[in-house]
Design a protein around this ligand. Structure first.
Ligand code: ZN
Length: 564
């Protein structure tokens, strides 16, 4: 069966709830391990059905927002999901209290129980109203941002459509584009400030109701960070400051020399090469064919995986009218099918989709036989090692896509990865400050952001642009509003994925075996346990970041970027 034939069935929540409670009671009253095990299995089948129905509604809505049927279904799913969370938590509670817990732990592994504990910690019926309020505010942010209409060159653009002007080869156009782009945020400054201020206060209130001191620990618990704390993350940020900031600064200097600009400003940052960015040399069909060949060259498993994605119609890659922006990978557990969604635009982004999103999908493919759904979905930092790891491990094959531009592509990929990490740390430190001081004013928040920018981007020059100098840039960062504390994950994953890449340069086979191991573990272990099993060093440990940075610096020294 291919994706388009996967049947969507609206959940009969009353019926599902009844059946679920019968299974739950039978689980609680089980007189033998066999019965308990069987009920866990059946409950899992049920949650697979629910998850698949929800994901089908989301996917089909995002592929065409004008399809009224799936627009309604998505609304329905949003409506009933707190009810479903509450059901799942009842199951988790029973699981933790089961008289057969020891045997169940032996069967499924400890991690399921850890995850169950975290789900219970971060939710109680007392906070449902506040959670709804939090959701509503998050939606307001998304709506406000998508409402942007930027007049440029006598045409109207949304924020992401401004991208090509922001990196335009003509410096004046870049500057003008940035000013117009920024005006949208400046004009709505009060609204953004108000939404965020309310979000911070609501999150603080939720944390206090759940018995936390402030939102920081609750934020970590929501992300199910079971084996590291904010102290570890602080050490990581300090390492970033010591080793990555100098490397990134030197990359900005190289860039300024490469594009021959003496007074390098913020609006010059997106413009990387005088003769344009590296582009893939063919259309979508061509790229998918090349990708299939690449995955067969990489390994038998990746080849079989990618053929399945093609033959079962599990990728919706082209941009089209009515399609939501961006890209993602999700999973339909009932059909054991990953699904990749993207908006191809002819840039190197296309190659990223076919490696990064494919990395997520490949992990899900390798984890497909886990008996519990929880193990298919790793925590975010771990999931990003699967995807960024694939970006790096497919790097030797990029000539297929980029032909004579391949060196330029490899350089710009590494350049982007390195420059991203200080930004990730900046976003993270900002959020720690915000939730530690929920009472401070929006202006004080912006002043702190500006202070952190100076720490993480010492080279940056805003050319006197008032709004940016007052610390307004973070309004653009969706994660700060919608997914608190989710962002350092990408920086952690970069450092882990780079280790795989470094290893592959001297020992391809064992780097690949480590990667396969990591993907097969899926979400069945915590972050540090999983990467340790794949011989990746703990990024929180002093020395790890330094070692990676030293290798990258040496590698970059071998490239004459002015010739690219
Ligand atoms: Zn990703």
């Amino acid at each position: 069966m291919t994706f388009k034939d996967y049947p969507y069935v609206r959940l009969d929540i009353e019926k599902e709830e009844k059946e679920f409670f019968i299974l739950l009671e039978e689980f609680k009253e089980a007189t033998s391990f066999d019965i308990a095990y069987d009920r866990v299995f059946k409950i899992n089948e049920k949650t697979n059905d629910w998850q698949t129905s929800f994901q089908l509604a989301y996917i089909r809505n995002s592929v065409n927002i004008h399809d009224e049927f799936y627009a309604k279904e998505k609304e329905f799913v949003n409506d009933i999901s707190p009810r479903v969370t509450s059901l799942k938590n009842k199951y988790y509670k029973a699981l933790l209290e089961s008289v057969f817990r020891k045997e169940l732990e032996d069967e499924f592994g400890m991690h399921l129980f850890t995850l169950a504990e975290y789900s219970l910690k971060v939710f109680s019926d007392d906070v449902i109203d506040l959670l709804k309020e939090e959701n509503k505010l998050a939606n307001e942010y998304t709506k406000l941002k998508t409402s942007a209409k930027i007049l440029f060159d006598e045409k109207e653009y949304n924020l992401s459509q401004m991208g090509s002007y922001l990196e335009h080869e003509d410096r004046n156009i870049r500057k003008k584009a940035l000013i117009e782009w920024m005006k949208f945020f400046e004009k709505n400054e009060e609204k953004f400030d108000e939404i965020y201020d309310k979000l911070v206060k609501i999150r603080d209130a939720i944390s206090k109701k759940l018995g936390y001191e402030n939102f920081i620990q609750l934020g970590y618990d929501r992300m199910k960070r079971s084996d590291y704390t904010f102290h570890d993350v602080k050490v990581f940020r300090e390492e970033v400051q010591s080793y990555l900031v100098p490397l990134a600064t030197s990359l900005y200097q190289k860039q300024a020399e490469r594009i021959e600009i003496k007074d390098f400003k913020y609006y010059d940052e997106p413009f990387k090469f005088k003769n344009g960015n590296p582009l893939p040399k063919g259309n979508k069909e061509w790229m998918v064919k090349k990708a299939e060949k690449m995955y067969y060259n990489l390994s038998e498993e990746t080849g079989a995986f990618f053929t399945l994605m093609i033959e079962n119609g599990l990728m919706d890659l082209s941009a089209k009218k009515g399609k939501v922006g961006g890209g993602y990978c999700t999973y339909l557990s009932k059909f054991k099918s990953p699904f990749i969604f993207s908006n191809f635009n002819g840039t190197s982004y296309n190659a990223k989709v076919l490696t990064h999103e494919a990395g997520h999908a490949f992990q899900k493919y390798l984890s497909r036989d886990y008996k519990v759904f929880e193990y298919l979905v790793p925590t975010y930092e771990l999931a990003e090692v699967h995807s960024i790891g694939m970006e790096f491990l497919t790097s030797p094959f990029m000539e297929e896509f980029f032909k004579e531009d391949v060196d330029k592509y490899r350089f710009s990929h590494l350049d982007r990865s390195i420059k991203f990490i200080p930004y990730g740390a900046c976003v993270d430190e900002f959020q720690h400050f915000v939730y530690e001081h929920p009472e401070i004013s929006p202006d004080e928040r912006k002043a702190e952001w500006r202070r952190l920018e100076q720490k993480y981007f010492p080279h940056r020059d805003y050319d006197g642009m008032d709004f940016l100098l007052r610390g307004g840039l973070w309004f653009k960062q969706m994660h700060i509003f919608l997914k608190p504390f989710y962002y350092i994950d990408y920086a952690l994953a970069q450092i882990c994925a780079m280790q795989l890449w470094i290893k592959s340069s001297s020992d391809k086979e064992s780097a690949w075996n480590d990667y396969i191991k990591l993907c097969s573990i899926g979400g069945s272990k915590s972050f540090l346990e999983a990467i340790d099993s794949a011989n990746i060093k703990n990024p929180f440990k002093q020395g790890t970041v330094k070692e990676v940075v030293e290798y990258v610096r040496k590698y970059l020294d071998t490239i004459d970027d002015k010739k690219l």
